[in-house]
Structure formats: C-alpha cells, structure tokens
Write a protein that binds this ligand. Structure first.
Ligand code: ADP
Ligand code: ZN
Length: 745
C-alpha cells in the first residue's frame, strides 16, 4: 500500500503543538512535495499547510488526502527547515507558526477564490507583477507626424531607452491614446516585463572605493577574513565607538565573503535602515542587494524574497525579520547595533534576531559579527568568557576626539533648559553651527494634574497617565491611542484647572523657540514622523543646513552623521531609568552614549551638556565620562547579585483577560501547576509571581505576570515543555510565554 500512497508530514500555522499526516492522492504524486504549501482539509475547514517531508506513518489509518499543492517550487531548503525547527523548539512555538512568520506576508495572501488561474495557483499568493514598458520603435520618420504631446512623450521614451507606462503617466497624466498612436506609427513599441518592485528606485548612488584601513580596523578585518577562509562558525563582538569605522570593516569583510563565493546577511535596527546606510552598501557593491524592512508593501517584500530565493541578491540587508531571509551559502552575518532591543519581536513568535544569528551562523558555518558602540551587557560578558571573540576599535577615524561632556545637576531647578545649556545653544547658534537636543519623551507635558483633586488624567483602558499634546489639543494614551480634548476638565471632580507636569519634546521645542526666536527648530519624534518620508525630510533639513536645532526622542540618537552638529544637549537624562525593568540602567547608558556620540562628528570638536537630577547614577556618570569599562563592571556586578541575565535565563508568562477575577485565578493556578511540575521534574527553576504587570491594565485587559528564572537553560526548557503539554487555560484568558523577554512592562 505504501508503494502507491505517499504519506506526508504537514505543519499547520495554528497554535497547535503537533504536526499532521496526510495522504497524497495519485494525481499529485509526481510532484516533489517537500517545502511546498498544500491546501489540506482540517476539521471542516480548508487550511494552508506546510509540507515538511515524507512521513514514516506505518499503521496510521483514516488519513485524509491533501487537496492541492499551492507552490511550483520549494519555499525553503533543508537547512532552513532545520533552522525553523530549532527556532520552534527554543521559543516553544508551533512549527507551522514559525514557518508562517518566516515566509513573506505577500505569499500568504490568498487571492484565489476557487481555482481562478494557473499563475495564481502556482504562486499561491501575491503574483509576480507585470508591467508595460515602452521602447523606441523601428520607424524613425513616419509619413504622418504625431501630435505635440505624443512627440514630447516620444522624446522621453527615446532618451530613457525604455520606460514604464506608470512612469510616463506620472509625467504626462493620461497618455494612453498618445502611446497607442506612437505604437501604430511604429515610433514606439510596447513590451510586457516582469518587474520586481525595486526598493532602490529613484536613488542614484556614486560608486565608492574601499578605504585604507587604520591599524585597529585592519586587525579586526584580518580576524574576520581568517574565519571566512577557514569556513568555520566564529562569533565576533566588534566593539567600536561611534565613528570608529565599523561599517567600513563590515563592507570589506562582506567583500571578502563575496570573493569566496559566499553571501552576506546584514541585520540592522529598523530605524537605522535609512537610505544613508543602504546607499553606502549600494555605492560599494552596486547591484545584487536586497532590502527588507517594514516600509515595504507586501508585494515589494515578496519580490525581494523571490529575488533572494532565486539567488539574484547576494547581500541581504534588513531589520529583524531578515534573519529568515531565504539566502543560501551564507558566509557572513552582521548585526549592527547588536544591543538594540528592536531585534526582539514582541508578539507572536517572540524571537530575538540577534540571538538567532548565532544559531543560523553555526548551522551555515559562517562568521557572525555583532557590532556596537555600546554592546549589550550579555555580549560584553560573553566576550569576557571567550564565547565571543572581541575585536576593538577604540578610536574615532582620523583621531577625532570624543566630545567634552558637562554634567549639569537639575536638582531643585525648574524648567527644561539650564543656564549652561542655554548659553551653549546661543553660542552655537551665533557661530552658525547646529545643535541636537534630546529628550526621551514625546508630547508637551508628561501629563496633566487636576489642581483641585490632585489626580492625574489617566487612560480609562490602560493603567497609565495620558500625555498632553498641545498642538493636537489632546490628552493621549501612548499605549492604546485613547484621546480626549485637552486641557479639558478633570474626569474625577470636573475641576477646570489642570496643570502640566513633566516636559516632552513638544514643550522643549516650544521653550527653544522662546530662547532663540530666530533659530530654525525641527522636532523629530513619532508625532512628527508618522507620514511616509517625513523622517527623511526632517533629517534632510539638518543635512542641507535649513535647520539649526533638532529636537527629538531616541529617534535622533542613532544612525545619522551630521558633521555640522557641534553641540548636543540632553534633557532629563534619567527619563529611562525609572522603568521597572532590570535593563533600565543598560538602556540609559546606551542611549546617552549614542546621543553624546552625535556631537563633533566633523572637523570641529563637539561639546555635550547632560542635564540630570541624579548626576551620580553610574549609568549617567559613566556615559558622560566615556567610561564604558566602569559601566559594564558595575552593571555585571548588579546582575550577578540580583540574579539576572547573563547570569540566569528568564521566561516570562503574561496572563491577560477582560475579567480581573478570571485572570487572577488563572495566574494562581498556573503558578501551582508550574510548582508541581518543578518538583516532579526536579529542576532548579525559581518561580516569581504571579504579580500584576507594571502596566496592569492595557487596552481594557487586566494583566498578570509570572517570571521563571533558571541558572541552567535546559532546566527551564524542560519545565516549559512539560507545562505546555499539561496546561489548562480558561478560554477567556490569554497566556503567552516569552523566552528571554526584553520588554516586561
Ligand atoms: P561606525 O560604523 O563605527 O560609526 P563608519 O564606518 O561609519 O563608523 O566610519 C565613520 C566615518 O569614517 C565614515 O565617514 C567613513 O567613511 C570614514 N572612514 C571609515 N574608515 C576609514 C578609513 N580607514 N579611512 C578614512 N575614512 C574612514
Ligand atoms: Zn490607553
């Protein structure tokens, strides 16, 4: 029987632990099935499943048949499937869900209703896009001349050599009749082409040449190329201050990998994925680069994915999800700004792309380079332990000095701008130079407080204060977008005097304009950058000199190089210290160091004023003194004593629901189950909680959390695995388990 009927193993993208077996009907048996999607009957539904391979399912009866094969080629390689399986097991997540996350969204969009067309069936989702292009035709001098508009269009076609209909429409408006006429006369010919939506469109980049490396860069590059030549998995920590030439090392290391016939994967935080950065890669390597980021439409993303799958891109640059790029023969993986928390996905499959590069790198026998000016505490510790090879770039290129930093105590001082900072701002402005002022909080006031009953305005859906946005005339919840007209009245006592407490970037912008009325101030935070391209527009105002002062949140801290910025001001340096999170000091140190590094990137030395109430805090003072060694020493001591990573491994349970009572009961019973399993399995795991989450109510849902801590990762894994097999969860409550959690709010 098994000679005729294949049995296959299928993963279903649902929250189901196991995979399923199906029969392949005769008519589909000639196809190589592994790595493709199939339409399968599931209960009384039809679902898309992922075919993992042949199943050795002897003795299984009553199997259902798959209905259709949805792809004409395999979507993943055997190596990629191994990586997906590893990821599923490590993050305790269903394999089908992992595969769904790894594939581009565009592929999952089922445009088909029934079986409409061959093409649609074969590609399964978004189809390849075809577009009409116009080229010069065979006729040069026709018997009859075209109209004036048609002649103009023809001139453009001739100059361009070939141009898409869409582009012509953009320039000439409706021009179908003219184009038709040009084709009739033989002056132009039309051609259909498959187009890949090109993320580089409209950008023209000058080629550049590799720089001559300075001593430290050379040493770092040699170590990396050495490992590339040996084709052995080697993880590096490239620790270099901002402007020390890390990117140049990446570029030359990639170049070496390409020469060896290998490909390169580059991960950067979403926010750093600017045309500035991608332009540098394009300038060095020309074509063959694929870009993956959240700004792409599903179609564009799918196109990039297909280009990579077909081997048309040898360098993939992308944000977090690019860790799943279908790139083969990977020689080198680079993670720039490896300390960034945005490499962690915060919902669904809660993976950390930075961590996964080490796994994929090992599977591919690749070199992995984790680069940062302010590495994560975990990486610094791993380097101390010899698990990462440390490569240091301790100096800025051309020996530019680090900026001089002045710490200003704001104890007992009102207002956003100290006299020191205002004097520096005035001086910088008079000199015609630029300044950046950083405050990691958006809005006008942090919140409004009623003068009568002293209660702050809070969100009715979330347990957080509403932020006052003066320009919008609203008090706004930064978590659920709940908004009320502001200043308004107090919802508790109907009092009409609401006073502002704490300052945000909007207020800072206002104060700066008051201080220097003729200065051109631009603000960059998530309120001013929501429109497409607005981010770029604001930045270009700094680079073309049409702005004097840039005010902003952490958005302005990274990735941009403004040679004319000679002054950096930091307002309320401890804004991020108050978070109930064991990484608060690490984040504060990193952020401050990054902002400080923005000053004096050009010829003129930079100056920095840091305002803080607690100027003595080690995260603030060590950043101001450029003393990273001290910071990491103190922070590691704290982590060791408190039993936090890198000395322990964590898993966080988040339990949420609309009824506080049910959530609380579920949390209690979950802890009991965990405690029972812990003693049955005899694993050493500390169970903390349940406790209300720091934001105990979010979008109307009540939230509890349980934290598991273990010195030994396999103990933690065993406990979680057995909990998942036994868990009973009330249907109105949601439980998520986050392995190596980053955000525990
Ligand atoms: P990082 O990535 O560490 O911030 P970059 O690689 O961007 O540093 O280097 C900072 C600046 O110095 C860039 O403008 C870069 O082109 C330039 N640069 C880097 N290495 C060299 C070198 N060896 N010689 C001259 N200029 C260099
Ligand atoms: Zn809210």
């Amino acid at each position: 029987m098994t000679n005729q009927l294949h049995i296959i193993e299928v993963a279903i993208p649902l929250y189901l632990e196991k995979t399923f077996h199906y029969l392949v009907p005769e008519r589909l048996q000639h196809e190589a099935l592994t790595g493709r999607r199939a339409l399968v009957p599931f209960g009384n539904r039809k679902l898309t499943g992922y075919i993992l391979g042949k199943a050795t399912g002897s003795g299984i009866t009553n199997l259902k048949e798959i209905l259709e094969i949805l792809d004409s080629e395999s979507l993943w390689t055997t190596g990629e499937l191994e990586f997906f399986r590893w990821t599923a097991s490590y993050y305790q997540h269903p394999l089908g869900e992992v595969i769904r996350t790894a594939l581009p969204t565009g592929i999952n969009i089922q445009t088909r209703k029934g079986t409409t067309g061959e093409e649609a069936v074969l590609t399964g989702g978004k189809t390849a896009r075809r577009e009409k292009f116009y080229l010069p035709g065979p006729v040069v001098d026709p018997p009859r001349q075209p109209s004036a508009k048609a002649s103009e269009i023809l001139a453009v076609i001739r100059e361009a050599g070939n141009i898409s209909a869409g582009e012509l429409r953009k320039r000439f408006g409706v021009c179908t009749p003219q184009l038709k006429r040009l084709v009739e006369l033989g002056l132009s010919k039309a051609e259909e082409r498959e187009v890949y939506r090109d993320p580089f469109k409209n950008s023209i980049v000058k080629r550049d040449e590799p720089r001559r490396l300075h001593t430290h860069q050379k040493a770092a590059l040699d170590a990396i190329t050495g490992s590339l030549d040996g084709q052995q998995f080697t993880p590096f920590l490239l620790y270099g201050v901002t402007g020390s030439g890390k990117t140049e090392v990446y570029l030359q290391a990639i170049s070496h990998a390409l020469e060896l016939g290998k490909n390169a994967l580059v991960l950067v935080p979403e926010i750093a994925l600017t045309p500035q950065l991608t332009g540098r890669f394009q300038a060095r390597f020309g074509g063959g680069i694929a870009i993956l980021h959240s700004g792409l439409s599903d179609g564009e993303r799918y196109d990039e994915w297909r280009r990579i799958r077909r081997g048309l891109a040898r360098i993939v640059i992308g944000a977090r999800s690019a860790i799943f790029a279908p790139l083969e023969e990977i020689g080198i993986i680079i993670v720039d700004e490896e300390h960034e928390s945005s490499f962690k996905q915060s919902d669904g499959l809660r993976y950390n792309a930075r961590d996964l590069t080490l796994v994929r790198g090992r599977m591919e026998q690749a070199a992995v380079v984790l680069g940062s000016a302010t590495p994560s505490v975990t990486s610094v510790y791993a380097a101390e332990q010899g698990r990462l090879t440390l490569l240091e770039l301790p100096e800025r290129v051309e020996g530019r000095p680090m900026p001089v930093v002045e710490l200003v105590s704001m104890k007992g001082i009102k207002g956003t701008i100290s006299t020191t900072l205002s004097a520096c701002l005035e001086e910088t402005y008079k000199q015609g130079r630029q300044a950046i002022v950083f405050l990691n909080r958006r809005g006008f006031a942090t919140f409004l407080v009623c003068a009568d009953c002293a209660k702050p305005l809070i969100c009715p859906n979330c347990s957080v204060t509403l932020t006052y946005h003066r320009q919008r005339g609203q008090s706004l919840c930064h978590y659920c977008d709940y908004a009320v007209p502001a200043p308004g009245t107090c919802p508790s006592c109907s009092g009409t005097t609401l006073s502002e407490l704490g300052a945000g970037t909007e207020k800072l912008e206002h104060d700066l304009k008051e201080l220097l009325p003729s200065a051109r101030v631009v603000r960059m935070d998530s309120d001013t950058t929501s429109g497409k391209g607005s981010h770029e527009r604001l930045l270009s105002r700094m680079s073309d000199g049409s702005a004097d002062i840039l005010v902003g949140t952490q958005m302005i801290a990274k990735g941009h190089d403004f040679p004319e910025v000679t002054l950096v001001g930091v307002v309320n340096a401890e804004a991020s210290l108050g978070m109930p999170d064991f990484r608060a000091a690490e984040r504060t140190f990193q952020l401050l160091s990054q902002v400080i590094g923005r000053a004096g990137r050009g010829e003129i030395p930079g100056r920095v004023v840091v305002q803080a109430i607690d100027t003595e805090h080690y995260a603030i003072s060590s950043a101001a003194e450029h003393d990273a060694t001290r910071f990491y020493r103190e922070e590691l001591e704290f982590r060791r004593e408190a039993g936090y990573p890198p000395f322990t491994f964590l898993a966080a349970f988040a339990i949420s629901g609309l009824s506080e009572q049910t959530v609380s009961e579920q949390a209690d019973s979950t802890v009991l189950t965990l405690a029972r399993l812990k003693s049955e399995l005899r694993v050493r795991v500390e169970i903390l909680g349940p406790a209300p989450s720091p934001i105990y109510r979010l979008r109307n849902r009540f939230r509890r959390q349980i934290l598991l801590k273990a010195v030994n990762r396999s103990d933690l894994h065993r406990l979680l695995t057995s909990w998942r097999q036994q868990a009973t969860v009330v249907s109105t409550v949601r439980i998520t388990v986050d392995i190596d959690p980053v955000d525990m709010m």
